[in-house]
Design a protein around this ligand. Sequence first.
Ligand code: FES
Length: 357
Amino acid sequence: MAKDDNGGKDLTAADSSDVVHVDESPGIAVVARDALANPGLPPHRPRITDLSPKAERHAERTVYTLFYLSIVGSVFAIAAYMVFPIVPDDPSSVRLNTLFIGLGLTLALLAIGIGAVHWGKALMSDHEGVDERHPVRGSEETRARAVEIFAEANEESGFGRRTLIRNSLIGALVAFPLPAVVLFRGLGPQDENPVELLSHTMWKKGTRLAIDPTGLPIKASDVTLGSAFQVIPEGLMDIEHGRLEEKAKAAVLLMRLKPEDLHELPDRKDWSYDGIVAYSKICTHVGCPVALYEQQTHNLLCPCHQSQFDVTNHCEVIFGPAARPLPQLPIAVDAEGYLIARSDFTEPVGPSFWERH
Ligand code: FES
């Protein structure tokens, strides 16, 4: 127990209402404690709207003006939906539609939010109240009983005594989450270099395109105008278990458009056949299957995050988070009229968040 020289005051058992003073006289460190009063709440300060009816009316006007502004924003968003409709084959219409609807909704939400905050701060009652918090610490009796229960449980279960059981149980609990680490690892690419893994698929020069899931090769004459097929390399179905990733990588969508609707890149003029084009089915965002083909607009839609690809323009991205076009598979027909690949894809398929060089 620490005591000072001037009166033997107990320094460690000071009550909570003490405050510390230090006497800096040479050679003596004197510490005393005085009352530290609970300062309580600061005095209530009325706002200008409490004192001035004019300011109050002004605040009221501001609040209802903001709420009316919110209504204007909502109406604007509805009007924008009608005035700037999404026109098929016109990507700029998508931008205008999104922009103006977004502006209207932003105004509507911001005005409601600011109006509500201003209402609360300027006009609603602002009297301070004190809500006493009940003590968190249990009573001595409760705490003693809890210790007793733990001791009893320890005794009855033998947890402390039977060390082999205890230690093996701790080991089992530590080991139990480990399989999850392995399972999550299995979700990632198994190859050291993911770009390398996605750069090569089963497609090669001369491989016939076969309908998924029958595996039957498909002729150019089977692909009618406006139709779409999911195709895989012929022979893929014969591959033994364990090559499922090959099927996933090689999945291709085949569509036929009017040749004059295709705006092909100069170096890809011979990658299509009479309006038939083939593109990887794996979305370049995070790899979902691009599953929806809109025949009227010639757009491919990925259902995961709504990326849209324009088939007439080498599958460039016209909406959504995907960052690059779907890779195109160069195709031709063989002597029997079956569709064949001219080569593998010329770029990695699938997600584009991998580092590419
Ligand atoms: S995976 Fe296709 S948009 Fe995200």
